[in-house]
Design a protein around this ligand. Sequence first.
Ligand code: KIV
Length: 310
Amino acid sequence: MSAGTTDRRLTITDIARMHAEGQRIAMLTAYDHPTARILDEAGIVMILVGDSVGEVILGYESTVRVSMAEMLHHTKAVVRGTRRALVVADMPFLSYATQEEAVVNAGLFLREGGAQAVKVEGGTRTARTIETLVRSGVPVMGHIGWTPQAKYTMGGQARVQGKTRDQARQLLADALAVQEAGAFSIVLELVPEQLAAAITERLRIPTIGIGAGSGCSGQVQVLTDLLGWSDWSPRHARRYAELASVIGTAVREYESDVEAGTFPGPEETRRMDDDVLADVLGVGVLDQPSSAQAAEGVARPRAVPLDRDL
Ligand code: KIV
């Protein structure tokens, strides 16, 4: 089955089938209802409600600040905007610090948020958590390489992981541990392309790369980087649009139209029957003096305020 031929909600079985058929998987992040709808209608098969929402939408300096409540809020909006895409909710910092918390919080994402899977960062260190979640019936996507939630233990700055022999071996071990724990796919972030390709070759589950070269089974990008929503995008992102400048131009045009009095114009305006308004204001036909009254010098009634009868 090609994912393009079905109208129902996709599952991890569909993703596995696409992978088995050699189909490359295009995944994107989304954080709100209208954008999720556009992505879904465009045929994006997996949408990640990434905790990157903290940096690119909520204005935090790090994803570490993002809460479960915020993630749930955005997950619900994305789920409501999609009919077909498999929605993966990113488990935020410390929401899976213990096995118990992991199960409770993943349960919230699936039951309350409506997501079909969750993503957790970490390789061997989170393998047991992944195993517990999968055993509980939660589909899990792993995430290794540069893991933003570990930013403060990884040196603060996003940088390519796995360039040295030891790091590369550790990443390979991480990938295998995540797969053996039962994850249905794994994100490889900021990994040298040869290492990402070698990991992809050794795994049965699809690898989803971000800054990890074209040898992965699929790719994921932070949507705002792809759309040019800010003045900066990471080197691994291709800007397919310049939305910040499109928005800026539109907003400046609107502002000058308002200032010039040309917005709203007839196209954007509704009118009512002038007679009805005249009646409401007490200056309608029935409010005029009859010709006899006029002959007697009865004056035209004074217009009354709109709220006279209220
Ligand atoms: O939060 C996010 O957007 C992510 C991607 C970078 C994979 O985890």
